[in-house]
Ligand binder design. Structure first.
Ligand code: ADP
Ligand code: ADP
Length: 218
């Protein structure tokens, strides 16, 4: 079955339907792009799947269980847009600390290398640029060797070269068998990376399929 799923999932903020009857599933080993404009509900969908946001309609499952339970969430890697870490710790210290929460973590050097941080390992977190800090968040998401990762708008604001480097990292993880759900508002990114795309707008699924299938519909 699917690794994670939304079934008729809904979430309201006051009068706003952030999500309205959304069905979505994540299959083993795939890269799934949740594509849509700002306000489409992409982050909310990720919030439900990763247990940070509670649904007020429908069902949410993660590894067949409830993502609100910490022991189920332990097996995913998550990179959020807004994330705060202590400024004084060095990059490698952040990664080592985070790795220590797992029984069989990825070696620190490997997490750093995958995230493109080897040369920055000794820098204090607070001395990094915004893009570099995001790479630290990504390294932390890799530490526990998750079989499933959720990445929210990973390349927003990155330059073209940084974006393409990130795509290479995603492909490498997919080759390791890691399933990855990423949100993006870049059609080009979904097209380049995804095995499957779910197109969201106004809190609803507007289209779903492989990049080729979506192009034929367009
Ligand atoms: P996206 O990630 O596609 O930009 P979001 O899931 O962040 O979309 O937001 C979907 C809708 O829900 C938007 O209208 C947004 O303003 C609203 N929304 C999201 N989070 C909150 C919140 N915590 N409080 C109030 N409204 C929210
Ligand atoms: P800055 O914030 O200083 O502009 P960038 O985020 O644009 O830095 O990235 C600088 C370099 O880091 C890029 O040339 C790219 O090769 C690399 N890079 C950026 N993001 C990643 C990532 N997630 N994984 C691996 N390498 C990355």
């Amino acid at each position: 079955g699917p690794l994670a799923a939304l079934r008729g999932a809904g979430k309201r903020y006051g009068a706003v339907h952030a999500l309205d009857g959304v069905d979505l599933e994540v299959r083993p080993g795939e890269v799934l792009a949740v594509l849509g404009p700002n306000g489409a509900g992409k982050s909310t969908a990720l919030g439900l799947l990763t247990g940070r946001v509670g649904a007020d309609a429908g069902r949410v499952s993660l590894f067949g269980g409830d993502p609100r339970q910490p022991e189920i969430r332990r097996h995913i890697g998550v990179m959020l847009q807004e994330a705060r870490l202590p400024d004084a710790l060095r990059v490698h210290e952040h990664v080592a600390l985070h790795s220590s929460y797992y029984g069989a973590p990825r070696p620190v050097a490997e997490s750093l290398e995958l995230a493109g941080l080897t040369a920055l390992a000794r820098r204090p977190y607070g001395a990094l640029s915004g893009g570099e800090q995001r790479r630290v968040q990504f390294a932390l998401a890799l530490c526990g060797r998750p079989a499933l990762m959720f990445v929210d708008e990973p390349t927003t604001g990155l330059d073209v070269e940084a974006r393409r480097n990130f795509w290479q990292v995603i492909r490498r993880l997919r080759d390791e068998g890691v399933a990855i759900v990423l949100t993006t508002h870049y059609l080009e990114e979904a097209d380049a990376l995804a095995d499957r795309i779910v197109l969201l707008a106004g809190g609803r699924v507007r289209a779903e399929g492989s990049p080729e299938q979506l192009k034929r519909q367009a």
